[in-house]
Ligand binder design. Sequence first.
Ligand code: ARG
Length: 413
Amino acid sequence: MKKPRIAVAYSGGLDTSVIVKWLQEEYGAEVITVTGNLGQKKELTGLAEKAYKTGAKKVYLQDLKDEFVEEYLFPSLKAGALYEHTYPMATSIGRPLLAKALVEVAQRERCTAVAHGCTGKGNDQVRFEAAVAALAPDLKVIAPLREWSFRSREEEIAYCERHGIPVTATKASPYSIDENLWGTSIECGVLEDPMTEPPEDAYLRTVSPKNAPDKPADVRIEFKRGVPVALHGKSMKGAELIDRLNTLAGENGVGRLDLVENRLVGIKSREVYEAPAAVTLHFAHRELERLTLEKEVMHYKAKLAHDYANLIYNGLWFSPLRVALDAFVNETQSVVNGVVNLKLYKGNIELVGRRSPNSLYDTGLATYTDGDRFDHKASEGFVKIFSLPLKIYYRVNRNGFVTKKKLVGKARK
Ligand code: ARG
C-alpha cells in the first residue's frame, strides 16, 4: 500500500521536530517539511539538513519576505490595523502566508493532509486552519499537539533522544518567541505575571530606552499611495526599508509593547512585543493620513481599522470580507502621498513635520494672521442651525440642560 504523504509547517524547533517523527510513526506517513522565511533573524541554514536527519522525505525552504511585505504587511499598514489599538500583529499576519505556502506544497506533492505545530489553546491553530479551509476546503489538517500525549518539553526531548532526532544543545530560552520582519512576540516564563516588569533579557531587538543614545535619530519616510517607498530620501524595496527601520528604531528603544490581550479562544494573555519598524510606520502613516484624508473618510476608516485588525487577529485573512475591506482601503490611499519627518528618542517617536502634494491643510483657512480667508460671517448661520436641535429639545424638556452642581447664584467662599 502507498504511504500517505503529509506536509508539515516546520520551524526546526522542538515541537515541529517531534512532529516530523511522530507523523511517520502514528500515521505511517511520508513527511514533507515546509519552512517559510518571513524575515526572522534566526538562522535558516542547517535547517534542511536537520529536517532530513529527522526523517523528512523532502524539504521545502521558501523565501517569502517580499510577498509578506507587499501582500500582507503593507495592506495591513494601509488599513491601520492594530489589534486592541496596540499590536501590529507580526505573528497573526504571518500565519496565513505560511499556511498558503504549506497548501501549495501539499497540492504539488499530492499530500493527503497538512500538519502544524500550534497548541490547542492559542490563536495560531485557528489562523492556520481557517486559512487552509479557505485555500483548500477539502484538505485535511492534523494538529499533533492537540492529539499526542507528551506532557512536557522533557518528554519531547526524551522522545527525540530515543529516535536520534537532533535537538539543539543550547539552553532553551525561558520564553516562547515568534519572530519575523514585522516584529517579535515574547511570552511565558516570568511574563505570565502581568505585574512583573519584563526583564531586559526578554527583549531581543530593542535597547532599553535608558541605554539609547542621548541624541535623537532623525527619520524621514516617504509614502506613495499609503505605502512607504523611501527612507531618508533613498528609494528601496519594502523588506529593506522595514529591515533598516527595525535597526534604527530598535537602537533608540522604540517599539516595545506590553499587552494583556484577548485571545480568540477566550483567554486573556500577557504578551510582550517588539515591533520597532511596524510601530514607527503605523505612526508615520497615520500622521500623513491626518493631512491628506477628507474628514469623513478619515473618521470612517478608523472604524474599519478596528474590524480589519480583528479579522487578521482572528485568522480570517483569506475571506471575502478582507478582500472587500481592501477595496475600500485602497480607494482611500490614492492621496496618501508625501513625507513624514520623525525624531526617535529614548523609546519615543516625535513628529517633527509632514508634507504632501495632496495636503488638505490650507494656511489661508487655518491662519489667525491677516492672511485669513475664512468666511467668519458664514459661521453665524452655521452655528445657529447646528445647535438648533439642542435648543428645541431643552426648550421642551427641563428648560435647559441641568448640570450636577449649579454654581449659578451661589457665592463661592
Ligand atoms: N499573541 C500573539 C498572537 O496571537 C502571538 C502568539 C505567538 N506568541 C509567541 N510568543 N510564540 O498573534
